[in-house]
Ligand binder design. Structure first.
Ligand code: SF4
Length: 349
């Protein structure tokens, strides 16, 4: 625990560089030089939840809401498949109505059929019942990403309305694991009321929950949310926030060598080379946005989101070049299953 805290508090530039090298070495020695691509499809910004930090929260009436049609979602998946992505992420605001549950089941089945199950499908669709998770798993979804946002229950309660329940989120993560998904989670870094000890405990939470994938990034405010303008104690500048986010990646890689860690787009919102620097601090996954630009500008969880006017092809070409800049290798046509998950499966057999 002290070791993690020391990493997060380190302020000497040479020491920080050394920590990032150490984390990247651990990643290379454990997982090789590969960086995996996940094509991100933001299929709908309709959400029944009201998280205080999120630009597409239900109460934000200035958002133009959309839901991609079934054939648009499938075309995006096929784009990813044909380009050599090993996997896609279907992400949306949270909905549990019958029509939506059925749409997801149908697109998962059809994508699997059209790709002969050669494309791993990650769902990032929020809290659902165990039956729904099972139904989507049976349809062929392989992985599920559900961010805890913070492992501190009291902080969780400060950044969500009273009817959003921390324990329910834990129950969902547990259910996903029991069903057999590769399970991902993540947190925000630099939240109002957050402390360094909270971040240390977040990393211990990832370990305790035996998670397989991680997508965490800096908290970037959205002006149409209740958390906008709240005092933030844990960082004193955007540069500091960026550096702390990289230190979180590095510290997590050192503690959990086997998991997949994404260099998230939010890093790029703070630094033009944010994702490359994430890879150089121990991340091994990049999630190029392959949603149509028609919709991207309406999926703003935070402001200053990069690449909102780019075409999917532009994002693809750009990401390949960016990964090569780090000296790592883009793993084309590779599913990139989490080694942590593979090892867990092996232990079961
Ligand atoms: S964070 Fe997710 S669940 Fe919360 S309001 Fe935004 S889209 Fe909805």
């Amino acid at each position: 625990m002290d070791h993690i805290k020391n990493i997060l508090l380190e302020s000497d530039a040479n020491q920080i560089r050394h920590i990032f090298h150490q984390a990247k070495d651990i990643k290379q020695n454990t997982l090789g030089h590969d960086v995996y691509l996940r094509g991100l499809v933001e299929l709908s910004n309709i959400c029944t939840k009201d998280c205080y930090y999120c630009g597409i929260r239900r109460s934000n009436t200035s958002v133009k809401r959309y839901l991609m049609a079934e054939d648009e979602i499938i075309s995006s998946a096929m784009f990813a498949f044909e380009k050599g992505f090993g996997s896609i992420v279907l992400q949306s605001g949270e909905r549990s109505d019958t029509k939506f549950l059925h749409l997801i089941e149908t697109v998962v089945e059809k994508i699997n059929y059209l790709t002969s199950r050669q494309l791993r499908i990650t769902l990032s669709l929020g809290e659902q019942s165990k039956d729904t998770y099972q139904r989507w798993f049976d349809a062929g979804a392989d992985r599920y990403l559900l961010r805890i946002e913070t492992s501190n229950e009291s902080l969780y309660n400060k950044i969500h309305p009273a009817n959003h329940c921390y324990n329910e989120r834990i129950n969902c993560l547990t259910a996903l694991k029991m069903i057999g998904y590769q399970v991902g989670t993540g947190v925000m870094i630099g939240l109002p009321y957050q402390t360094i000890n909270d971040l240390v405990n977040d990393i211990l939470f990832f370990k305790e929950m035996d998670i397989d994938m991680l997508g965490m990034g800096p908290f970037i405010e959205h002006s149409q949310t209740p958390l906008f303008g709240q005092p933030i104690d844990i960082v004193n500048s955007r540069l500091h926030l960026f550096e702390l986010s990289l230190k979180m990646i590095a510290a997590t890689r050192i503690v959990l060598p086997n998991i997949n860690i994404a260099a998230t787009t939010a890093l790029q919102a703070l630094d033009p080379l944010g994702r490359e620097k994430g890879i150089n601090a121990g991340a091994n996954v990049i999630m190029p946005n392959i949603s149509s630009p028609i919709y991207r500008k309406d999926y703003l969880l935070y402001e200053e989101k990069p690449c909102i006017n780019d075409l999917a092809d532009d994002c693809f070409d750009c990401v390949i070049k960016r990964i090569e800049l780090t000296g790592e290798k883009v793993a084309m046509f590779s599913n990139g299953d989490s080694l942590n998950f593979v090892n867990r499966q092996r232990r079961k057999t």
